[in-house]
Structure formats: structure tokens, C-alpha cells
Design a protein around this ligand. Structure first.
Ligand SMILES: CC(C)(COP(=O)(O)OP(=O)(O)OC[C@H]1O[C@@H](n2cnc3c(N)ncnc32)[C@H](O)[C@@H]1OP(=O)(O)O)[C@@H](O)C(=O)NCCC(=O)NCCS
Length: 201
């Protein structure tokens, strides 16, 4: 709840009941990082199982967050939806990913979908009023997504942009738009910073 209040507006943030529901529905699919010295919360991550069809075609974040979890089919690829990631410390995000990604891979999940905000869209639309938002979502600079948050997720291994959605969630700077993006869990693991080479005495 501390991170919800710091990182999200009142309209965007999860309620206490909502967070408890996420944890009780999928106890293995949530993680947090806390400071070893102060105990202060640094990062929270909530995901849930989803079908790729639902993640791709849903009209809103809520539709994915509220969807009933699919029952696993033998041999079928298992997919996750990123409900939310909130953090005040980049190293803590890395620590959570380092723990969480091999953990969900071992549970049989292969890919993660999420709806990313597009915080650069508001300013871009002001400069390019006639151009559809979809063009912004796919726009690149030096081979990387133009939007800072899409660039952030690209760096984390989310290499596919699946769709551009309007009225996806309340997010002012994104003009309520989102990009649905996808990452192979193997790519997300490969994108983790490598441990420093061992130091030989
Ligand atoms: C997204 C988030 C988890 C990243 O946390 P982090 O790993 O500690 O990384 P930072 O916030 O320092 O961002 C790192 C870089 O990513 C980019 N970035 C990420 N999110 C961004 C955003 N919303 N707006 C602008 N830039 C953003 C910036 O380029 C930033 O670079 P900077 O250090 O020059 O500002 C954190 O910013 C957060 O909790 N944001 C609010 C909630 C949110 O948007 N969650 C993701 C929803 S899908």
C-alpha cells in the first residue's frame, strides 16, 4: 500500500482488498523487495496467469486483471499478465526479477504480457496532432522505442509490441493509452545484469 500511494494516483492505485485478493488468488505469483537495513518497501510485483488471446484482445487493463485464470492445458504454453510493477529503487527491481523469473519459469510459464503506460504520448501528440497514437507506439530512435517507458521495458527483455490500446487505463500522460507488450521469460532472464566476474585474490 505504501508503494501504491507513492507511485500511483488515487484513481490508478490498487486497494488493500484488491492487493490481498491478488495474493490469495495466486500466492506464488507476487514478490516484493525490502531494504535489509531499514525494512522499507522498495519494489512490488503482481502477475497472474492469462491466455495469450485475452492479453492481446482485452480492451482494458481491468479486463485482464479481473479475468478468471485459465486452467492449464497439458502441453500448452503458459502465459502471465503483469498486473503491476511499482518501485522506488532500480536495483530492487533487478533483485525481484532475478528471484522471480527463474521461479515462474520453473512453474512452467514461458511468456509475460503487460500493458505499458506511454508517458511520452501526451507531449508527442501535441507536436503531431494528426498522427495516430499507434505510430508513436512503434516509433524508434537509434533502434529503440521512442517512449521512455517502452524503452525501459525493452531493456528488460520485452521485445514485442503486440497492440496499441486506447482507454486502457487512467493515465494522464499516456492519454489513457497503453502498449500491450510481450516478453519471452528466457529473454527477460537474458536481459538481467550479469553478476560481476569473480575477483581472484
Ligand atoms: C516503472 C518503474 C517500476 C521503474 O522503476 P525503476 O526500475 O526503479 O526505474 P526508474 O523509475 O528509475 O526508471 C528508469 C528509467 O526508465 C524510464 N522510465 C520508466 N518509467 C518511466 C515513466 N513512467 N516515465 C518516464 N520514464 C520512465 C526512464 O527513462 C528512467 O530513466 P531516468 O532514470 O533517466 O529517469 C517505476 O518507475 C514505477 O514504479 N513507476 C510507476 C508505476 C509504473 O508505471 N509501473 C509500471 C506499470 S506497467
Amino acid at each position: 500500500m505504501v508503494l501504491e500511494e507513492v507511485k500511483w494516483t488515487r484513481e490508478q492505485s490498487g486497494s488493500r482488498e484488491g492487493l490481498i485478493q491478488r495474493i490469495t488468488e495466486n500466492p506464488q505469483l507476487n514478490a516484493g523487495a525490502f531494504s535489509v537495513t531499514t525494512g522499507k518497501v522498495l519494489t512490488s510485483l503482481f502477475v497472474k496467469p492469462i491466455t495469450p488471446e485475452r492479453a492481446r484482445t482485452a480492451l482494458s487493463w481491468e479486463e485482464c486483471a479481473d479475468a478468471a485464470s485459465p486452467s492449464p492445458r497439458p502441453g500448452a504454453k503458459r502465459s502471465l499478465f503483469g498486473i503491476s510493477l511499482s518501485s522506488i529503487d532500480g536495483d530492487a527491481v533487478t533483485a525481484v526479477f532475478q528471484f522471480f523469473l527463474p521461479h515462474v519459469r520453473a512453474l512452467g510459464y514461458h511468456e509475460v504480457y503487460l500493458g505499458s503506460p506511454l508517458p511520452g504520448l501526451h507531449a508527442w501528440k501535441r507536436a503531431n496532432p494528426e498522427v495516430p497514437a499507434g505510430d508513436y507506439v512503434y516509433a524508434k530512435r537509434n533502434g529503440l522505442p521512442l517512449d521512455p517507458q517502452l524503452r525501459y521495458y525493452h531493456g528488460k527483455g520485452f521485445h514485442s509490441i503486440v497492440a496499441c490500446k486506447e482507454n486502457y487505463f487512467p493515465h494522464e500522460r499516456s492519454l489513457d493509452h497503453a502498449a500491450v507488450i510481450r516478453g519471452d521469460i528466457d529473454d527477460l532472464i537474458l536481459a538481467l545484469p550479469r553478476a560481476a566476474d569473480p575477483v581472484h585474490p
